[in-house]
Write a protein that binds this ligand. Structure first.
Ligand code: 6PG
Length: 259
């Protein structure tokens, strides 16, 4: 079986065009996955950039972006070490913008939340890994003993981190566990995060990046260090899948300058 890893860059004129393109891709992938194996297994990104995407998916769930949500399984690529009602919670953000607004379209059991309220972040990570192992083994969606997500949505920080894989942290070196607790010194806190083997087993990874504050790192990653990976986001390399950068013109602004 030949494996193929592809990386492409898509640039959109503004955040609205970027968001609509990503939403249409999400729905297209969902329908294809459901046709192929009866479910769409997707991991959501945290942070603030995806809010607009999740909001649009909910706004148009009954119209142009209708999807068989009863066959969509929502997971989370990372979580802050806080409870689900905390302002910093990635679950809270996704719940407010998407999950709670889908009403009865999305069964509660389709939402796989990281229980980051557990004071023991290591246990929260282990429990989430156990839930992933149970689901992906039962549904036989594995690639080289890792869960094969149909899509993993990711953001990127100005420091080149993705999920909660931050520069200089121990999780960058984890190659067996699916989910780990990761101490992030700069925030003086633990995060719970997918590891690279999970990210790289996905059929598709979308780096959904917008805003001028990301332009410098986008240039670092896609131009300056293109052939000499330095930043965590550069080690996201699907073994047999697609890595797509979906950028708005602000985030890609420095790319033009270097052309
Ligand atoms: C998180 C995310 C993180 C995020 C980037 C970009 O938990 O914060 O998983 O990787 O995607 O930090 O965040 P913004 O979208 O807020 O710029």
């Amino acid at each position: 079986m030949s494996l193929s890893s592809r990386e492409t860059i898509q640039v959109f004129p503004n955040p609205s065009a970027l968001t609509r393109a990503a939403a249409l891709d999400f729905i297209t992938l969902a329908k294809a996955a459901i046709t192929d194996h009866g479910a769409f297994n997707v991991a959501l990104a945290g942070g603030s950039t995806p809010k607009r995407l999740y909001t649009l998916l909910a706004d148009e769930a009954g119209g142009d972006l209708a999807a068989p949500w009863d066959k969509i399984q929502l997971f989370f690529g990372d979580e802050r070490h806080v409870g689900p009602d905390d302002n910093d919670s990635n679950y809270r953000m996704a719940n407010e913008t998407l999950i709670s607004r889908l009403h009865h379209k999305l069964p509660a059991e389709n939402v796989h939340r990281i229980h980051a309220e557990d004071l023991d972040a290591g246990k929260a990570a282990a429990d989430y890994e156990a839930e992933l192992r149970s689901y992906f083994t039962a549904h036989q969606c594995l690639l080289d003993d890792f869960p094969r997500f149909d899509l993993i949505l990711l953001g990127m920080g100005p420091d080149g981190h993705t999920a909660s894989l931050f520069p200089g942290t121990t999780a960058l070196f984890e190659n067996k566990r699916w989910v780990v607790s990761n101490w992030v010194e700069k925030f003086k806190t633990h995060r719970i995060t997918f590891t690279y083997p999970v990210l790289n087993a996905a059929a598709k990874v979308i780096l959904f990046v917008a805003g001028r504050d990301k332009a410098e790192m986008v240039h670092e990653v896609l131009v300056t260090h293109k052939d000499s990976p330095l930043y965590p986001v550069q080690f996201v390399k699907p073994v047999d899948g697609e890595k797509v950068w979906m950028l708005d013109s602000d985030a890609s602004g420095n790319l033009n300058a270097s052309a």
